[in-house]
Design a binder for this molecule. Structure first.
Ligand code: B12
Length: 323
């Protein structure tokens, strides 16, 4: 999606500067594709961009870096992009970030939680990696400390609110900047009844948004009858169920087996994940696709609905070294 330059987001002011905006020519040099390809990708919504008063498309370095990382375009030299962002030689180090993030969680330091998550996102880390490599391990550690009586339960509540608030900011940014194409598929999902956890379903929603899907996140504590109604009414390509806590595993198994049949008979796909679903239950439901984290989910939905082709190696025909 193209935003007007000068649009200054009150949410992201501290994380985005105009000095890290790239022209389509600069992006074409970095990706080794023609600048018309870059313009087309911007117009198709594959690359996020802003528009100058003169009508030129400008791509923010962090949005470019995120696409390169997320699409695994490993042969692209990200050095110039990182230089613009001031992150060169400070490669994303999950261990260090998790350490700082966990510290912020245990202290209930909302500002620090926000800074780490938004800086990661605006440093070009895809949301699936933010979920798998930062939030999940730090929350896991917090949970272990809670179970050993080392952390008060109110820190878990308070920190979850901080993570939720930051993820909602990222969600707003994705909604404002990613324009799903006309043929974009729909995903619907939520958590099972009596599961009140909010983060995993929100992260799943962000992964779909990032990949240009249309999404309806029904949220936690959703009776399977409601999910079934939503499926019949909206006909999504994918229905997801994410469970952090399974109150009634036997009922869940029976319900999901029946729901799988309903979904597949209408040409849809059911995907189930989350730390609350034991392997034995997944084995018994026996879905065609199974993944344990958000990065696997991201790859799966990219196969179903590919966005952006990897840049070709070498310069496109007719393009000289001088560009
Ligand atoms: C925050 C938290 C809470 C908060 C929840 C706030 C909220 N509204 O969300 C509060 C304080 C309310 C809470 C309450 C309880 N909690 Co609690 N909680 C946690 C904690 C610390 C974090 C959960 C979280 O959000 N994690 C982050 C998410 C993103 O991680 P994730 O779920 O693993 O998701 C990842 C993958 O599973 C995967 N994924 C997720 N969904 C999907 C979907 C698909 C399709 C795919 C492919 C992948 C996928 O990708 C994600 C990213 O990598 C966990 C510790 C932990 N290990 O996570 C304990 C934990 C889950 N809680 C636990 C317990 C025991 C409880 C209570 C029973 C405590 C009590 N006695 O009251 C209650 C029960 C609440 C209930 N009825 O549901 C235990 C569960 C133990 C167990 N196995 O049964 C844990 C593990 C803590 C522990 N170590 O003991 N909790």
């Amino acid at each position: 999606m193209i935003r007007e330059l000068g649009y200054s987001s009150p949410l992201f002011g501290t994380f985005m500067t105009e000095s890290s905006l790239l022209s389509t020519q600069q992006v074409s040099d970095i990706l080794n594709v023609s600048s018309s390809t870059v313009k087309r990708w911007v117009d198709e919504g594959r690359l996020q961009a802003v528009k100058t008063i003169g009508g030129h498309r400008k791509i923010h370095a962090c949005d470019l870096l995120r696409v390169v990382r997320e699409q695994h375009w490993n042969h692209v030299n990200v050095g110039p992009i990182e230089e613009l962002l001031g992150t060169q030689n400070q490669n994303f180090c999950p261990d260090q970030t998790v350490f700082k993030f966990h510290e912020a969680l245990t202290k209930g330091n909302q500002e620090q939680i926000r800074t780490i998550l938004l800086e990661s996102y605006h440093g070009g880390i895809p949301v699936n990696e933010i979920g798998d490599q930062i939030i999940c391990p730090a929350m896991n550690q917090l949970g272990q400390e809670w179970s050993r009586g080392q952390v008060e339960i109110f820190y878990e509540h308070h920190s979850t609110q901080g993570v939720l608030a930051s993820l909602m900011e990222i969600r707003r940014h994705l909604i404002e900047t990613i324009r799903p194409p006309e043929n974009s598929p729909l995903a619907i999902g939520g958590g099972p009844e009596k599961d009140h956890y909010i983060l995993a379903n929100l992260l799943v929603e962000l992964v779909f948004l990032q990949s240009q899907w249309r999404v309806i996140n029904i949220g936690p504590n959703t009776p399977v009858a409601s999910l079934d109604k939503a499926f019949r009414e909206k006909s999504p390509k994918i229905v997801w169920v994410s469970a952090t806590h399974l109150a009634e595993p036997d009922t869940f198994l029976t319900d999901m087996k029946a729901f799988r049949t309903v979904v597949e008979q209408s040409g849809g796909e059911l995907v189930i994940g989350g730390q609350g679903v034991p392997r034995t239950i997944l084995d018994a439901i026996d879905l065609p696709w199974r993944g344990t984290n958000l990065t696997a989910l991201n790859q799966h939905i990219r196969v179903l609905f590919p966005v952006g082709q990897p840049p070709r190696r070498g310069r496109p025909p007719g393009k000289t070294a001088a560009g």
